[in-house]
Design a protein around this ligand. Structure first.
Ligand SMILES: Cc1cc2nc3c(=O)[nH]c(=O)nc-3n(C[C@H](O)[C@H](O)[C@H](O)COP(=O)(O)OP(=O)(O)OC[C@H]3O[C@@H](n4cnc5c(N)ncnc54)[C@H](O)[C@@H]3O)c2cc1C
Length: 306
């Protein structure tokens, strides 16, 4: 719960904060040898953990693995670095290209895994190479083309690979202008998003084809007058309809039910199923979009424990 920006979910059995690529590789090797389920997380800003927690090893990449160097517009960064911190460092070094990411409270690894971004830009646009630890324990560097970046997706997501280091190629710019632009973006986000209550950013994916025909998910939800709809402690934000906030004691079950209700309402009106950007971590370590999980999944598992 403490490692998810939604502040929801049970405990993990073990959490480790590695400080080098070799340590990540060794942890993955140990988990493989002993048959322990493992997952990798960054800031937990795109994850809903089960109320039952996770029965395995969490490899958490954060400030212990966040070294960044700059050389002639080329940024080499360990994947645990916080995205707003990296964006600010780049701006101060007079480099443009990460302005859109200033308000995204994730780690660089999490951002690259889902090819995240905002203002119609994505981190893949400025990525040159990504160094990963493969499921077999090899340390490999692949080009951006080898990551198959597409809208909010890369082939690294849920592939058993851990993103360790990323090389970004940014363009020269004027530090003060870039910082001013970033401050403007942050101001707009503060006005638009419910940032004072625990949340996980946009819950539903804004697929380009839907965006052009029906509009973004927030608009569809707002048009159906679902703002304020509540399940237990989870509520659709009054400020932005694609945000669900934890009003105090929300459970994963509350969020699963709220997501299911919104999807059904949109299906009844528009005959399309919208899917979530936010992902659910099952107690056994499987990770899949929240929209793919039945609200009964948790209850059934509790009633019929393994
Ligand atoms: C207030 C708010 C605003 C947001 N705004 C935006 C936005 O504008 N645009 C946007 O795209 N997102 C946004 N998000 C969502 C989220 O911040 C991003 O998706 C972010 O990139 C997730 O990074 P993370 O480190 O928190 O990843 P986590 O939530 O920890 O993990 C997400 C997924 O990435 C995988 N992963 C994490 N690190 C690695 C790694 N090193 N190697 C391999 N896989 C990894 C995890 O296994 C998991 O499947 C927002 C969230 C919040 C709370």
């Amino acid at each position: 719960m403490r490692h998810s920006t939604w502040r929801i979910g049970g405990n993990a059995h073990v959490m480790v904060f590695p400080g080098s690529t070799e340590q990540i590789r060794d942890l993955m090797g140990l988990a493989r040898d002993f048959g322990i389920p493992w997952i990798v997380i960054g800031k937990g800003s795109n994850l809903l953990f089960s109320d039952r927690g996770f029965e395995g090893l969490v490899i958490k990449l954060d400030s212990a693995f966040s070294k960044v160097t700059f050389e002639h517009g080329v940024v080499t960064a360990q994947s645990g670095v916080s995205v707003p911190r990296l964006a600010r460092m780049a701006a101060k070094a007079g480099l443009t290209g990460l302005e859109h990411a200033i308000g995204i409270p994730g780690s660089l690894g999490g951002l690259v895994a889902i090819n995240g971004g905002s203002l119609r830009q994505s981190i893949g646009d400025v990525t040159r190479t990504v160094t990963v630890v493969t499921p077999e324990g090899r340390i490999e560097t692949r080009s951006a083309e080898g990551c198959d970046f597409s809208y909010r997706h890369s082939n690294l997501l849920h592939s058993g690979h851990v993103i360790a280091e990323v090389i970004l190629e940014l363009q020269p710019g004027h530090a003060e202008t870039i910082l001013r632009h970033m401050r403007g973006i942050l101001r707009e986000r503060q006005e638009k998003f419910p940032l004072t209550q625990p949340n996980c950013g946009s819950v539903f994916t804004s697929r380009p084809e839907l965006y052009h025909t029906l509009g973004p998910p927030g608009k569809l939800i707002e048009d159906l007058r679902l703002k304020g709809l509540t399940c237990g402690g989870a509520s659709i934000s009054h400020r932005h309809a694609n945000f669900m906030v934890n009003t105090g004691k929300a459970t994963a079950q509350d969020v699963l039910e709220l997501v299911a209700q919104v999807r059904e309402a949109i299906y009844i009106r528009h005959h399309v199923w919208i899917n979530t950007e936010v992902m659910y971590v099952h107690p056994d370590g499987r990770i899949e979009p929240v929209s793919a999980v039945s609200p009964d999944a948790q209850t059934l598992k509790t009633v019929n424990p393994r």
